[in-house]
Each structure stands twice: as structure tokens, then as C-alpha cells.
Design a protein around this ligand. Structure first.
Ligand code: DAT
Length: 180
């Protein structure tokens, strides 16, 4: 789907900075592209708030979200464009929903520290660190989307975060310049 206002998926292991980046991007895009209204869909929270799951994943201590329920719930919003979806999983969406997929990466130490600070158990922290080591999100993203739609970015420092926001704003501005 080539929406006039692009949809972005921000994905990566928990703790890589998806939520932080999504919120900063929403602000920056709405500031710099006046006629476009960008809006974050924080999918983890939305799944919990709307019970879009049928069972619980004991290994990761998260809901086992129902892919069809999630897609049905957000489809109408996605079709309108300008959505910034923040989620750790990327492979179950219809492949034409997103114009760009931002894949965040971070060091094991950063993920460990950030998730421990979030109050996750040592076990849940370790499971997520292992995910990053084994590139689970990266593999899922690369198996699901063409290379030219994927923007892989390091998210280890505040400077990285600022550079990443600017990089994506530039990509979206170029996209809008081409389609308009
Ligand atoms: P996620 O949504 O991927 O789970 P988050 O946005 O909640 O991650 O970030 C987790 C914590 O790490 C939060 O306290 C903000 C911090 N953080 C995220 N990205 C960062 C970066 N590039 N540099 C420094 N701190 C960062």
C-alpha cells in the first residue's frame, strides 16, 4: 500500500528504544511536515488495553497476541496513513502496510541495563538479551520486507537517538516530495 502519508514500523528487541523514537518522531514529523498528521500506535499497550490476545507467553511473560485480532483492530487506521507503529514483532502484518521499517539495534549491555531499570525480572531481561544476540527481530524483519524498505539503526546513545530522528524525518520528507 503506497499511502500518500507514509506508515512507519519501528521494530527491534525490547529496550532498543522503539517507544522513545516513535514519540520523538511523531513530534518532529508533525512539526516539520505541517499538512501531515502523524500518530503513534504503541502496539504492546494497545494489545493489553484491548485484550487482543488469547493466551500468555510464560517464557517472556507477555501476552501471546492474536495476529488477526491485532491486524483487524488497526487496519482502518493504517489505511489512512501517517501511522508510526511501535512493536517488537514485524512479520505478521500485511507486507504492504508499511512504507518504511525502522529496525533498532543496541548493545547487550544497554538492553540489559534498560530492561532491568524497567523492572523486568532477571530471567525476562536475559531472554530479551538473547533475542538481540541471536538477531531474532532482525531476521524476522529481513524475512518479511524488501531490503530497500528497511532502515537499520544503532540506538545506544542519546546522540544516536537524535541522529536517527533526523535521518527518518529526511526519508519521510523525501518520500512526500516524490509522491506529491
Ligand atoms: P523499547 O520501546 O524498544 O522497549 P524504550 O523506548 O522504552 O525501548 O527505551 C528503553 C529505555 O532506554 C528508556 O528508558 C529510554 C532509554 N533509551 C532508549 N533509546 C536510547 C538511546 N538511543 N540512548 C539512550 N537511552 C535510550
Amino acid at each position: 500500500m503506497e499511502s500518500r502519508v507514509p506508515n512507519l514500523l519501528i521494530t527491534g528487541t525490547p529496550g532498543t528504544g522503539k517507544t522513545t523514537l516513535a514519540r520523538l518522531l511523531e513530534d518532529q514529523l508533525n512539526e516539520s511536515i505541517s499538512e501531515s498528521k502523524f500518530e503513534v500506535i504503541s502496539l504492546g499497550a494497545l494489545i493489553n488495553d484491548n485484550n487482543l490476545y488469547k493466551s500468555w507467553n510464560a517464557q517472556f511473560d507477555v501476552p501471546e497476541f492474536d495476529e488477526d485480532m491485532v491486524c483487524d483492530f488497526i487496519e482502518a487506521d493504517i489505511r489512512r496513513g501517517g501511522k508510526i507503529v511501535d512493536f517488537h514483532s514485524s512479520g505478521f502484518f500485511p507486507p504492504d502496510w508499511f512504507d518504511y521499517i525502522v529496525l533498532l539495534r543496541a548493545t547487550n549491555t544497554n538492553i540489559y541495563d534498560r530492561l532491568l531499570a524497567r523492572g523486568y525480572t532477571e530471567h525476562k531481561v536475559q531472554e530479551n538479551v538473547q533475542c538481540e544476540i541471536f538477531q531474532v527481530c532482525k531476521d524476522e524483519t529481513e524475512d518479511s520486507y524488501p531490503k530497500d524498505k528497511i532502515i537499520e539503526l544503532e540506538s545506544n546513545t542519546v546522540e544516536d537517538m537524535e541522529t536517527n530522528v533526523q535521518r527518518i524525518v529526511t526519508v519521510v520528507q523525501s518520500h512526500l516530495a516524490v509522491v506529491n
